[in-house]
Write a protein that binds this ligand. Structure first.
Ligand code: TNX
Length: 753
């Protein structure tokens, strides 16, 4: 063998070693949403410029999509072939039981993705998520086997383009990211008080006037739109642009659900065509956001819907129906005459009449009506699908009536809420909804029977853009919360694991960088404001993203970026006399965001009560109605009182929004130990132990204690508490206790009165 012949294999060997060393095979468990089954195998698959994507007719558009993605993000130029059998990546059409199901099998030489057209696209998305986030090729992947199918067929995300307008490219980017996470319904909120955003040929003024938010402000005739941060923006989509977006979405298996709001939230339309508006008998000019239920209005909206239906292939059309200021109809001669003529007893029945007429029209065109949960009031249209947004109650009621339901409840699915400390985050609607809260939500309520459960057809995250003027800000609000929604919508219920999900996000933030997506950085989870009777306090700070840096101060003054950074995890031992205000500034190497957090850790003394003579399990409770502030409860008589025994939940079904509950009793400690006391309530209650506040209901959950770390001796500790009984607290434990070693106690064992 010549020296040249020896050198070659050696060089090849060295090259392979370098390749393995510098581009280690990815551990591919970070796919979001979590696939139903994923098994790792030994061996590697290499993706480089020599790869060929094998397609058939049905998988062609997904093949082109994959080819483009690899070129744009990895500089890889792979070829497409219509002979799937000889390719490295094969996209193979196959019949499946569940729409969107796929099988991905990666071996040394080939990656086979099989499923229906949609499933193949999702298999490709799983493949894309296995790629390194650094955009570098060639790519080495660990062999694996994935069998996957969606839990729900409706995995939605909304986009409000009325309050602030987002242009075609911005909408396309939104769709792109949705598709990466297997979200498949874009609920496009095209009309509202602040702007009409879709071209309607028959009524050109809808866009000529109704899309010009700046004209609203100028005329002064209507409200000054002070609700819009940044003042809103002008703009609308032409029909060609709408068609282009629908096609772009369809290529990514995203269906667009258009929403045309009625009979409320219609000020933009009324501004353009005043005769549509609810006219009071004096005919005086005033702000009008309500439609008059006149024949003219119905004809107008039938024309509008006809043009909308011509554009959108979706069998569903959303007609809004939320927050209708129905009492305005009492002043409208048209509405009053209609009530008389149709025998409608109240304004709710006028609303129901309105929706049912539109439903009938949609049905005549083979379309199905979707509306917000208010459409239940006054009688639900027979074929309606309900979006439950004011909590879950409307959705539960509709599912029990055997209507399809999409769960999109406040507060969990509302991404216009801040994601962290309200005082430090961009302005949003209260309360804070961290991604963890979204992830911990379960769309199928345990109030539904197995049969009723079938009517929950999916889950959706909502974003309203009154306070969101730019696309960058939009991304900040929607991500990473939309990833949690994606997993709720797709992954099997049993696979829920927040620690695994947090870890998976690590890789996703790499993609966010690759896609130039301005997702909000996660908060450090482990620093709530709290009280403790320890004098020596230990805190361990962890962060899901690698390469993040922490700067902190103990005097409440936020460190700036000149302070010396440390790396996570950070273990702190804090001597505690009175209280410490911990301020943290977390930064991450791959973007310019900074996460600011403040927590107060307060020392308290807690003493056992004098041992009560007789005790029984449970807590005493009193219920008060229509009182807004708990401090006044002691001076009024309760409407009911009794004993809560456990393990039943202690929240009452809401019979009105202001139902306060007061509880009294003891925590009984059998063994001296260190205990962590928290609450499962979304809005933490005011809870006092030995007359010391250990948890507090507050507008800002970051400034008041949310948990207690207490060394407790054997004995009884007096507790007192107040909370608002509402559906967000139902089925949660009011007080949760565990030892610092992790032993969880049952409320029935330690709550007495
Ligand atoms: C209620 S959520 C609305 C929206 C607003 C949002 C925040 C829903 C169905 N209706 O129109 O944007 O509150 O103000």
């Amino acid at each position: 063998m010549s020296s040249k012949n020896i050198a070659r294999p050696i060089l090849f060997f060295v090259a392979i070693c370098c390749f393995f060393y510098f581009n280690k095979a990815q551990a591919q468990y970070h796919i979001i949403p979590r696939p139903a089954e994923i098994a790792a195998k030994k061996g590697h698959f290499i993706l480089n410029n020599n790869a060929v994507i094998g397609i058939d007719e049905e998988s062609r558009s997904t093949g082109i999509y994959l080819q483009n993605y690899l070129a744009q993000n990895y500089g890889l130029h792979v070829r497409l072939r219509t002979k799937p059998t000889i390719a490295a990546i094969r996209l193979i059409n196959e019949a499946v039981d569940t729409k969107g199901a796929y099988h991905l099998r990666m071996t040394r030489n080939t990656t086979n993705i099989s499923g229906d057209a949609e499933g193949i696209f999702y298999g490709v998305q799983s493949l894309l998520q296995m790629l390194p986030a650094n955009g570098k090729a060639p790519i080495l992947l660990a062999e694996c086997d994935i069998t996957d199918a969606p839990r729900f067929q409706w995995r939605g995300l909304s986009l409000d383009v009325s309050r602030h307008f987002f242009n075609v490219d911005e909408v396309k980017k939104y769709i792109d990211v949705m598709a990466h996470y297997k979200l498949n319904v874009l609920h496009w909120h095209l009309t509202d008080d602040e702007g009409w955003r879709i071209q309607i040929d028959k009524y050109p003024k809808l866009t000529e006037i109704g899309s010009r938010v700046s004209d609203f402000a100028k005329t002064g005739q209507y409200r000054p739109l002070s609700n819009l941060v940044g003042g809103g923006s002008d703009g609308f989509y032409t029909k060609d642009q709408v068609r282009d977006i629908i096609k772009y979405a369809a290529d990514r298996f995203v269906t667009i659900l258009p929403e045309i709001e009625m009979p409320g939230h219609s000020e933009a339309a009324v501004f353009a065509y005043p005769e549509l508006g609810c006219q009071d008998s004096t005919g005086a000019k005033h702000r009008v956001e309500m439609l008059d239920p006149s024949e003219n209005t119905f004809h107008f909206y039938e024309d509008v819907l006809t043009e909308v239906m011509d554009l959108f292939p979706n069998p569903y059309i959303h007609i809004g129906g939320d927050e209708v200021e129905m009492d305005q109809w009492l002043k409208s001669p048209v509405a009053v005459a209609l009530m008389k003529k149709e025998g409608l007893k109240n304004v709710r029945e006028v609303q129901s009449y309105f929706i049912k007429r539109i439903e009938k029209f949609l049905l005549s065109k083979n379309k199905k009506l979707v509306g917000w949960d208010e459409i239940l009031e006054g009688g639900l249209a027979e074929s309606a699908t309900v979006m439950s947004w004011r909590g879950e109650a409307g959705g539960i009621a509709a599912a029990k009536m055997r209507h399809p339901v999409v769960m999109t409840p406040l507060p969990y699915m509302y991404f216009d809420a801040p994601q962290g400390n309200e005082l430090l985050e961009p302005i949003g609607w209260n309360p804070t909804v961290p991604w963890q809260m979204v992830y911990n939500y379960e769309p199928v309520s345990n109030k539904l029977s197995a049969d009723e459960t079938k009517y929950i057809i999916g889950v959706q995250g909502n974003i309203w853009t009154e306070k969101i003027p730019t696309s960058e800000h939009l991304e900040y609000m929607v991500f990473p919360r939309a990833l949690a929604t994606a997993e709720l919508g797709w992954s099997p219920r049993e696979s829920k694991d927040i620690t695994r999900f947090a870890d998976n996000m690590n890789h996703q933030y790499g993609f966010f960088k690759l896609w130039n997506l301005n997702a909000c950085l996660p908060y450090i989870d482990s620093i709530p404001s709290m009280v403790t009777n320890h004098h020596d306090y230990q805190l361990s700070l962890k962060y899901p993203l690698k390469h993040a840096q922490l700067r902190y101060a103990l005097d409440g003054k936020m460190p700036d970026s000149t302070a010396k950074p440390g790396t996570f995890p950070v273990l702190m031992r804090l001597p505690l006399k009175d209280s410490i205000k911990l301020a943290t500034l977390t930064s991450w190497t791959l973007n310019n965001q900074r996460v600011k957090q403040i927590a107060t850790i307060k020392h308290v003394d807690i003493n056992p009560a004098i041992e009560p003579r007789e005790t029984a399990p449970g807590l005493t409770h009193s219920v008060y109605k229509t009182i807004k502030n708990y401090t006044k409860l002691d001076s009024i008589a309760p409407v009911a009182s009794g004993i809560f025994s456990f393990p039943q939940p202690v929240a009452l079904a809401p019979e009105g929004t202001n139902t306060w509950v007061k509880i009294n009793g003891f925590i009984k400690i059998d063994a001296e130990d260190d205990y962590v006391i928290t609450s499962g309530f979304e809005y933490s209650p005011l809870l006092l132990i030995d007359n010391t506040k250990v948890m507090s209901m507050s507008k800002n959950r970051y400034s008041e204690p949310q948990q207690a770390l207490l060394h407790l001796k054997k004995g009884y500790y007096a507790i007192k508490g107040y909370y608002l009984a509402d559906e967000y607290n139902v089925a949660q434990d009011l007080i949760r206790m565990k030892t610092t070693k992790g032993k969880v106690l049952e409320p029935g064992e330690y709550l007495f009165h």
